[in-house]
Design a protein. Structure first.
Length: 147
């Protein structure tokens, strides 16, 4: 995407998308609280897979660009390196776990012994971690473009 619209524009677009995705996840949470489970499942599934698209087309190439830049001798602050590392690892783990929860809820692919049983706790923890990952991403954006 950076090749099509430029790095800053891709970052701006991704920031807006992530705000909307997080809002969608909280909307889905509100549907579950109102016992509208089928709608909740559809909204959460859509948001997780939409996020996966942005991870693939914006975030992964951007991270690769930072790594290549640093490996070529470019200067990046230690704080930004740490933020990128935590955001990347935690974000990947949360995304994989969210996909696991979708597979667990919607299919029979997960063997019985690997199935989470307390869905409410698992989904709330995932939403909380998604929020943390989002805030880390906003911090990275601010470090790069605001401060």
């Amino acid at each position: 995407m950076q090749a099509l619209v430029g790095t800053r524009a891709a970052s701006d677009l991704n920031l807006v998308a992530q705000i909307l995705i997080l809002a969608g996840l909280y909307y889905g949470f509100s549907l579950a609280r109102r016992k509208r489970i089928a709608e909740h499942a559809n909204v959460q599934t859509a948001m997780v897979f939409l996020n996966l698209i942005f991870i693939a087309i914006v975030m992964t190439p951007s991270l690769r660009g930072y790594v290549n830049y640093v490996n070529a001798g470019g200067e990046v602050s230690d704080r930004l390196k740490q933020l990128l590392a935590v955001h990347s690892v935690l974000g990947a783990a949360v995304e994989v776990y969210a996909i696991y929860l979708i597979a667990r809820m919607r299919t029979r692919w997960i063997p019985e012994r690997f199935r989470v049983r307390n869905f409410a706790l698992a989904m709330r923890a995932t939403l909380a971690l998604c929020t943390v990952v989002f805030l880390l991403g906003v911090w990275i954006y601010a470090e790069q473009y605001v401060f």
